[in-house]
Design a protein around this ligand. Structure first.
Ligand code: AP5
Length: 206
């Protein structure tokens, strides 16, 4: 398959960003991520307030703001990996009107593992690379010194994000399971093992 259209689902911290980067490197497709798009526009004024007000509390940004971002991004892309959207059934319905998907994959990870992954996550602001204080730190001291923690990766906000995921996004997963489109990947393996399983599913969907 040359330009696959992939939807990557998973709870906060399931590894969507980590695996999206493998997909974009391997298949040369766009990474469409509502989280990054919103973080880049956190203080943008909308009729619903700023994204920051929702994100720093771990809540969902209102659908009209997010739908517009996704529609604009997908309109320009031949192939893509969509990460962080849809997060509720109304967004899933919107998506079905604007895109055809080749694969819907869920990265399955238990809740306690998710809390550990997110509270230990660190980002390199220069490259966007993702690290973890316990599982994966960069070798270069210069890179280690400049790593930052995301505003919403504190334990309290992480637990609220997981609650919001259970309430709003679990029904999206149930929906794709009912339509028979969902492929489950064991997200508790090492990042390389998860990538190997995911790549096999992408090739199968070709
Ligand atoms: P968003 O940025 O989408 O965050 P998220 O879905 O909560 O997921 P994350 O990016 O935090 O986790 P990830 O699955 O990408 O994990 P990662 O690969 O980094 O959303 C943030 C906020 O924006 C939302 O709360 C909401 O307010 C708003 N928003 C976004 N989209 C929205 C929408 N559609 N509607 C409304 N509001 C929206 O991995 C995590 C850590 O684990 C890393 O440290 C990594 O190194 C490590 N790791 C990864 N894989 C493994 C592995 N296999 N083994 C061990 N460690 C691993």
């Amino acid at each position: 398959m040359s330009e696959p259209k992939i939807l990557l689902l998973g709870a906060p911290g399931a590894g969507k960003g980590t695996q999206s980067s493998n997909i974009t490197d391997h298949y040369d497709v766009e990474h469409v991520t509502t989280g990054d798009a919103l973080r880049a526009n956190k203080d943008m004024q909308t009729e619903h307030g700023t994204p920051r007000e929702y994100m720093d509390a771990g809540e969902l940004v209102p659908d009209p703001v997010v739908n517009e971002i996704v529609e604009a991004a997908l309109g320009d892309a031949d192939g893509f990996v969509l990460d962080g959207y849809p997060r509720n059934l109304s967004q899933a319905e919107y998506l079905s009107d604007i895109a055809d998907l080749d694969l819907v994959a869920l990265l399955d990870v238990s809740k306690e593992e998710l809390v550990d992954r997110l509270t230990g996550r660190r980002m390199d602001p220069e490259t966007g690379d993702i690290y973890h204080t316990e599982f994966n730190m960069p070798d270069e001291e210069e890179v280690r010194d400049r790593l930052v923690q995301r505003d919403d990766d504190t334990e309290e906000t992480v637990r609220e994000r997981l609650r919001v995921f259970e309430e709003n996004t679990q029904p999206v997963i149930d929906h794709y399971e009912e339509t028979g489109d969902l492929v489950r990947i064991d997200g508790e393996q090492t990042p390389d093992e998860v990538w190997s399983d995911l790549k096999a599913e992408i090739e199968d969907a070709a």
